[in-house]
Design a protein around this ligand. Structure first.
Ligand code: RFL
Ligand code: PHB
Length: 393
């Protein structure tokens, strides 16, 4: 089997890339280790920057998003037992907002459209190895239905997430990796209950909390927990009680409790691998970098990467010029590091650090107080939250 581009992974990075290339008449195959149902049900991100919404629109895939999404004009940050920083995006960023629409809904829309296009996407096709990355005919080995297959490509796109096979296929010594693991995790739940009005982050003496949502009937909430915490230690009652405390909802009148139907712990980590390329293999999305969830950026960063990659691949297949592909990694990494910086900042601002001295805790509270009183401080948060402009290439 042959394809101009072999795409490993049907997450947001791989699927967006497949659609961008299809539009340009470039032939690609998407290989996904998991089943369609598994990929479509995986609960993850929910906040889309305008650039990501625009990408759905450009691809003509935003009909359901327009119907079902919710628009967020602001975030709130609660701290100090009753204080509130209100970051209003339109006022601070000349009208910008963010869109709430679950990552799995994006993934469902992109998969349905790919299948409707009659374009190639293989589920339960686990990539087991990559060969010839430094030549001009790289190959992908994968296993499907107990049979080994080989796909020959001009280019391979490693969109297989943080635990994929593409990044580890790069020979030792090529990549420089930067890793920062925060000393806590997030316990996330989905519940059948109407959300509170505003997306609300909290810095409480007991730790960070976040109230988000997926629909007018479904809430998505998170609590800071130990990095190695077992979700089974958190009964529903324990979760709700702690959320009310951290959100300063003392009489439990604000946050409505409901049946919890999903619960899981996520690590809080930043990681960057550079360059995002080896020979004919290009890494995109979580395969190359992860950011702590506090900035709500991972999916948006994956979308930004593949926009750059699709443009470079289009030039390559039209003109045989590698010039844009040669710039791919540098172009993406400029944005990646700004987003890492911002996600690190929000994480540092909002969590309780087990090793903080009283001095460091007071500096953190002073920063929150500063944001409360400074439009400039809130503007910095707002312009990053809604999404920085796409990089010049
Ligand atoms: P994905 O989504 O992990 O997809 C990679 C795909 O590759 C497949 N795969 C393989 N396929 C074939 N062969 C192999 N050997 C393979 N190995 C792996 C996997 O099965 C999978 O389908 O990576 P991608 O496309 O780069 O997308 C990245 C995003 O998923 C991620 O950054 C975000 O979910 C991060 N994130 C958030 N991002 C936001 O923009 N806004 C948010 O509000 C937000 N909240 C979050 C988040 C991530 C979270 N978790 C669980 C890590 C909240 C949470 C709790
Ligand atoms: C979410 O709704 O899942 C969400 C919202 C904001 C974040 C992270 C996750 O910062």
């Amino acid at each position: 089997m042959h394809a101009q581009v072999g795409i490993i992974g049907a997450g947001p990075a791989g699927l967006f890339l497949a659609h961008l290339l299809y539009r340009e008449g470039i032939d690609c195959v998407v290989l996904e280790a998991r089943s369609r149902a598994y990929v479509e049900d995986r609960v993850r991100a929910g906040v889309l920057e305008q650039g990501t919404v625009d990408l759905m629109a450009e691809l003509g895939l935003d009909q359901r998003l327009r119907r079902e999404c919710m628009i967020d004009e602001a975030i709130d940050i609660r701290f100090g037992g009753g204080k509130l920083v209100h970051v209003h995006f339109p006022e601070l960023t000349a009208g910008k907002v963010v869109t709430i629409y679950g990552q799995q809904e994006v993934v469902k829309d992109l998969i349905a459209a790919r299948i409707a296009d009659g374009a190639r996407i293989e589920f339960e096709a686990e990539v087991t190895g990559l060969d010839g990355l430094d030549g001009d005919r790289p190959t992908i080995r994968y296993r499907q239905g107990g049979t080994e297959h080989t796909l020959t490509c001009d280019i391979i796109a490693g969109c297989d997430g943080f635990h994929g096979v593409a990044r580890p296929a790069i020979p030792d010594g090529v990549l420089t990796t930067y890793d920062h693991v925060f000393p806590f995790g997030w316990l996330g739940i989905l519940s059948e209950s109407p959300p509170i009005t505003e997306m609300t982050y909290a810095n409480h003496d007991n730790g960070f909390a976040l109230c988000s949502r997926r629909s007018p009937k479904i809430s998505r909430h998170y609590l800071q927990v130990a990095a190695d915490e077992d979700a089974a230690n958190w009964s529903d009652d324990r979760f709700w009680n702690e959320l009310h405390i951290r959100m300063n909802d003392r009489d439990k009148s604000e946050i409505i409790e409901g049946r919890i139907f999903q619960k899981g712990v996520t690590p809080v980590r930043a990681f960057v691998a550079a360059p995002m390329r080896y020979g004919r293999l290009f890494l995109a999305g979580d395969a190359a970098h992860i950011v702590p969830p506090t900035g709500a950026k991972g999916l948006n960063l994956a979308a930004a990467d593949v926009r750059v990659l699709a443009r470079a691949l289009t030039e390559f297949f039209r003109t045989n010029s590698m010039a844009r592909l040669d710039r791919y990694s540098d172009t993406c990494l400029r944005r990646v590091w700004k987003v890492v910086r911002y996600s690190w900042y929000m994480t540092s601002l909002l969590h309780r650090f087990p090793d903080h001295t009283p001095f460091e805790r007071n500096v953190q509270l002073a920063e929150l107080d500063y944001l409360f009183s400074s439009r400039a401080g809130r503007l910095t948060i707002a312009e990053n939250y809604v999404g920085l402009p796409l990089e010049d290439e």
